[in-house]
Every structure is written in C-alpha cells, then in structure tokens.
Design a protein around this ligand. Structure first.
Ligand SMILES: Cc1ncc(C[n+]2csc(CCOP(=O)(O)OP(=O)(O)O)c2C)c(N)n1
Ligand SMILES: [Mg+2]
Length: 626
C-alpha cells in the first residue's frame, strides 16, 4: 500500500504538525500550542514566516525582543499548569541567541516552550552568510549550539524529513511533567523552504496524555510509617503542588493530619494564607513561623520542590540532628534529594494514597497548637508591615500591602527579581494557587512585564498585576507595546528606588557599602555608594518612558496617591503603569534565616573582614544530608 503524502515545505509541515498537538489530563483535552511568537529576519521570514502566514489559525504574535517572547510564552505555560504553551520563532544569529536567557529561564523553572531559532544554510555553498559564526575546525557548528545546555531536547533539522523523528521527541519532552523545559530545534534557513512529501499520517491529530503516575506501594507504606512515627513533621509545598493541581488534596491532607505547611517561591499559594496551618514562605525569605518549625522538624515532607538554596536557607534551615525527608516528586532526580525516601509520582495521586494510609493519624496536639500560634503571630507581623506609613517615601512593604488588599482575590501578581521577590514571598497573602506568580528559578530581571503579558493572554478573565523594580524595568519593558497592541490589559506597578535596592542591601551585609548599586553620576572618577550623601539624580523619567510605549501612566508620591491609582487602574480598560518612588534603604527584615553568598577571604576593607568572620560562623551550620 502506498502511503498518502502531502507536499509541504519543512516549515509548513512543522506548523501543520503543531496545530494538531493536543494534551489531555483528567479527561480534559486542549490544543498544546496557543500560537507562535516571533520576530522575523532573513533566517525565518521565507520559511516559518511564510508557513505562519498561510496558517492563520495558529495565531502569530509579534514581540519586541526575543528574550521577552520566551518569557511571555513560559508565563503562559505556568498559568496553564504546563498543559499549554507557545512556540517562538526567530531569525538566525542575534535573534536566535537572544532567546538563550529565555531558554534557561524555561528549563530551570521546568516550564515548556518550543524554540525555533533560524540556523545557517545547511547547503553551505554561500557561507559565511550574514550573522553566521565561522569556525576553522568544523563546519558543523552554529551559534545555536549554545542552546544545548539550556534545552531539555535539542536538535538541528538539516533535511526536511528529519521532522518525522524530531517533532514527536520534542512533544514527548514538552508534555512530560518530569522532563519539560525548553525544546530547541535549529532550523537552517534553506531547509525551512525545501519541500518534501510528508505522510499525511504524520499530520493527524495527536493527543499527549499527561499521566498521574503513582509511587511505589512499598515506599508509600514506609512513608506512612515514618509520618506516624514523627513528632514534628513539616510539609514544604513547591511548584509541583500547583502544577499537579494538588492544592485541594493538600488542604484535605493538612486538615486530616494537622501537619503544617511552608511554601517555596514556586509553591506559594498551595494553601490559602489564612489556613491556620499555613506558615507561608519558608527558607532564606521565609516567615518566622515556617523557619522556626523547619529548624526543629524531625520529618520534612517535600512536595514538588527542587530544594533550592532559598528554600533550604543554603542547607541551614533544618537543624534537628535526626531530620529525615520524604519527597513526593514526578522526577526521581528531585525525589532523592537530601537522601530522602522518594515517592516518585504525581503530587495529587500520591497525596490521595498517603491520606488513606494515614487514616486516624494526627500530629501531636501540642505541636499543632504551636503551628497555629506561629501562624497567627505571623499574620500580625504582616499587618504591622502593611500598616507602616513611612514618610517622605513609603516603604515597599506597605505598597505591597496596598496591592494585595486592593486587588481581586482571583488576580495574578507577577514578579521575578530585585528586592520585591523576598518581600512578596514573606508578605503577599496568596488567596488562590495562581495569585502569586514568581519566576524565581532564574530570577531573571526582565521577566516581569513579558511574563505579565503571557499571564494575561493565558487568563484574560483575571486582573494581572506586574510588580517591577526600576532596574528590571530598564532591562526589558518593551512588551508594554505588545500588551497595548494586543489589547491585553496589564496593571504594572513600577517601584523606583534609583538603583538596585536588593543588591545594595546584599552589598551592605557583605561590608561593601552599596558599591555599584545606585544610579548616580561618577564622583572623583568612581561611582558613588552609600558614602556619598548628596547625589544628583540622573535626568531619567521612567514614567514618561512608559507613557511613550503606549501605557496610561499614573504618577504617585504618597501612599494615598498609590491606593487611589490602584483603584483607577483596576477600573481602566487600558494597560496602566503606576509609578512610585520608594525608600531605597528601608527593608523588610529577615526572620531567623540565611543565604550563603561567599565573602572575600582576604581584604583591605575592615567591614569585609568582619562580614567574612560572621559568614564563617553561619557556613559551619550548613548540613549535608547523607
Ligand atoms: C538579568 C539579570 N541580571 C542581573 C541580576 C542580578 N540582580 C538581581 S536583583 C538586581 C537588581 C534589581 O534592581 P531593581 O529591579 O531596581 O529592583 P530593586 O533591587 O531595586 O528592588 C540585580 C542586578 C538578575 N537577577 N538578572
Ligand atoms: Mg530598584
């Protein structure tokens, strides 16, 4: 029997294939690709560009910067629980390499995105072409090889028929909760336009099922035994809890067992902030409640967490000599961290089985009472910070409080870098599992506005608040233009503290007086740190900048201006940037925690030597769980 075929260019076949990919979980089916972001150049306009033009049902979205479009696509995927994403097409050379930071952000955060950078001619005879990297030792290399370490699957399509084997692999990785991340297919610009007789069967509708794998039964029974034997158990809820949609199951588990919960950056929102056993943030940017209980916990139950240094306070968070770990995770890689008893499986399915096995079990009453008391005390601390009315410049903490209190509980708040993530991790009152959208795997400055755009595209019915510092804004604000163009309304809160408040505070804690973290003119041939009393502000107007990109802008000075602006922005139909200056030095304190940033071992600066001595004391508390 002769196979039926259809003659298409490689690019046309690729787009036709993407349109037919569906994902199914719990009986709900959705197309996996919501569209394709792209910036065209000679490396993709005639190939993927032509194919997209001919297939308007896979919506093409413009972007202003290739890094930003990857951020937008992965924010979309994050809001969609990794069950949907977008593809990203670029030209060759700089357009392609601009996506590398985005690829790393995707892979580190375990978020799916399909990257389609153009690549140099496979035919080679006209080389070197514009923007091609030449190498003397091989012709089998291009700038796209730089994507290899930051991609979960990487390939280069040098013949049109290679799509037949490459695309199914790409989709297997993208739709796998355990393997997902950036998938990169380098597409030589000539091959994109070459025709081939593709089997029509290749372009049929395909459904990728996302399973809810169950862990090994013996391991589950042992885990139940460990929990029953524990007197100070603590749950750490990570991002996997939310992606698995295990949050309701977690609440039932907590209600049944009385085990309190600390939340990671990606896991915040797993339990509502006002649940009496929700201790909020854990680790370096954690609450007193979570960090106190972590300190003495005899059993830590990690759910969907990577145990980053922020979560473990650089391995100092757990000081009980006999502490053990049970890790529920879809990847064996994460499940075995800290020499844990690994429950390799889906968070929701695993928690359901564990709940049954623990029937009748309750954590000791005294311990639960302590957890509840710490929860209440923390709530009072948040209230105190929300209520600070610092003058002349308001504090970041009270401004966060205003955004929280004046936003709809169903809203999405997006953030990524600077001093905001630490403050938000502690202070944000998460009222739904998607309320706190923090990119903190890569903490990539520039994610914020692009990520806000992707979030709004994924959930147009929700208000999206982007909280961004002046430094991050200056790095990548251009997607404001795309938000305006696409009619995707964002509320952007721009915190101007004239520099890097976060790194300034870090620098101070290392004995380095804010060196290099202020936006200021050089004085005596160097950039001034804290020692300079009088500094003339740079003639920079970020509010005017935002207005020039098409946003409606509200300038604020006081807390009262700010709350009024939030109300106006919420009612408005337009993308609105609320601009406010806040205090550069006043910060939210740490709560019995630490983060390991190594300090110079020898120095001419006495403050650095002092900080180094303190660092050595803390360093000695780092544990390895063997
Ligand atoms: C792309 C990128 N470059 C550098 C850093 C290191 N870094 C972390 S926070 C920060 C400063 C952020 O400044 P801003 O957005 O103004 O926030 P603030 O610290 O003032 O709150 C820098 C440079 C980073 N996280 N991402
Ligand atoms: Mg700043």
């Amino acid at each position: 029997m002769r196979e039926q075929t259809v003659r298409l260019t490689m690019a046309q076949a690729l787009i036709a294939f993407l349109k037919q990919q569906y994902v199914e979980r719990d009986g709900v089916e959705n197309p996996f690709f919501a569209g394709c972001f792209g910036i065209f150049g000679h490396g993709n306009i005639a190939g993927i560009g032509q194919a997209l033009q001919q297939n308007p049902d896979l919506r093409y979205y413009q972007s202003r910067n290739e890094q930003a479009m990857v951020h937008a696509a992965i924010a979309y995927a994050k809001v969609k629980q990794r069950l949907q994403t977008l593809a990203c097409t670029t030209s060759i050379g700089p357009g392609a390499t601009n996506m590398i930071t985005g690829a790393a952000t995707a892979t580190i955060n375990r978020l799916p995105v399909l990257l389609l950078p153009g690549d140099s001619f496979a035919r080679r005879n006209v080389a070197p072409v514009l923007q091609q990297l030449e190498a003397e030792h091989t012709q089998d290399i291009s700038v796209n090889d730089c994507f290899k370490p930051v991609s979960r699957y990487w390939d280069r399509i040098t013949r049109p028929e290679q799509l037949l084997t490459a695309l199914p692999e790409a989709l297997r990785v993208l739709t796998s909760p355990a393997e997902t991340g950036a998938v990169t297919l380098g597409l030589p610009q000539d091959v994109q336009t070459e025709a081939y007789d593709y089997p029509t069967a290749f372009l049929r509708r395909r459904v990728w099922r996302v399973p809810r794998n169950r862990p090994d039964r013996a391991a589950l029974e042992l885990a139940a035994k460990w929990i029953r034997g524990s007197t100070r158990p603590l749950i750490i809820a990570g991002g996997g809890t939310i992606y698995s949609e295990a949050t309701e199951m977690l609440r039932q588990f907590v209600d049944a067992t009385g085990i309190p919960v600390g939340e990671t950056m990606a896991g915040k929102g797993s339990l509502r902030y006002d649940h009496p056993l929700c201790l909020g943030a854990i680790g370096a940017t954690g609450t007193l409640a979570a960090n106190r209980l972590a300190h003495d916990a005899d059993l830590v139950i990690g759910i969907g967490t990577r145990y980053s240094d922020f979560t473990t306070a650089s391995k100092t968070a757990f000081q009980n000599a006999n502490v053990r770990f049970i890790n529920i995770n879809v990847t064996a890689f994460d499940a075995t961290k800290h020499h844990a008893l690994g429950l390799v499986g889906d968070a929701c399915a695993t928690l359901a089985e564990l709940t049954e096995l623990l029937a009748g079990y309750q954590a000791p009453a005294e311990y639960c009472a302590l957890a509840r008391r710490l929860h209440d005390e923390w709530d009072a601390e948040v209230e105190r910070i929300y209520g600070l009315r610092l003058t002349p410049l308001p504090s970041q903490g009270e401004l966060i409080g205003a955004v929280n209190e004046l936003s709809d509980p169903g809203a999405i708040m997006v953030c990524a870098a600077g001093s905001l993530p630490g403050d938000l991790h502690k202070l944000w009152r998460a009222r739904n599992p998607k309320n706190y959208h923090m990119e903190y795997g890569y903490s990539c400055m520039g994610y914020e506005i692009a990520g806000g755009l992707g979030s709004k595209m994924a959930a147009p019915e929700r208000d999206v608040y982007v909280l961004v510092g002046d430094g991050s804004y200056l790095m990548l604000a251009q997607e404001l233009v795309t938000a305006v163009q696409e009619g995707q309304k964002l509320i952007v809160v721009l915190f101007d503290n004239q520099g890097y408040k976060s790194i300034g505070a870090l620098s101070r804690s290392l004995g380095q007086t804010g060196f290099g973290t202020r936006y200021a003119y050089p004085q005596n041939g160097t950039l001034p740190g804290d020692e300079a009393e009088e500094i003339a502000p740079l003639p920079v107007d970020l509010a005017a900048n935002a207005a020039s990109l098409g946003a409606q802008v509200i300038r604020c000075q006081t807390y009262a201006d700010f709350t009024a602006a939030l109300k106006t922005a919420r009612r408005s139909e337009r993308t609105t940037v609320i601009y406010i200056q806040s205090d550069r030095l006043h910060g939210v304190p740490g709560y019995e925690s630490w983060w390991d940033v190594p300090i110079a071992e020898v120095s001419e600066m006495p403050a650095v030597r002092e900080a180094r001595a303190e660092w050595e004391t803390m360093r000695a508390k780092e544990r390895s769980f063997l």
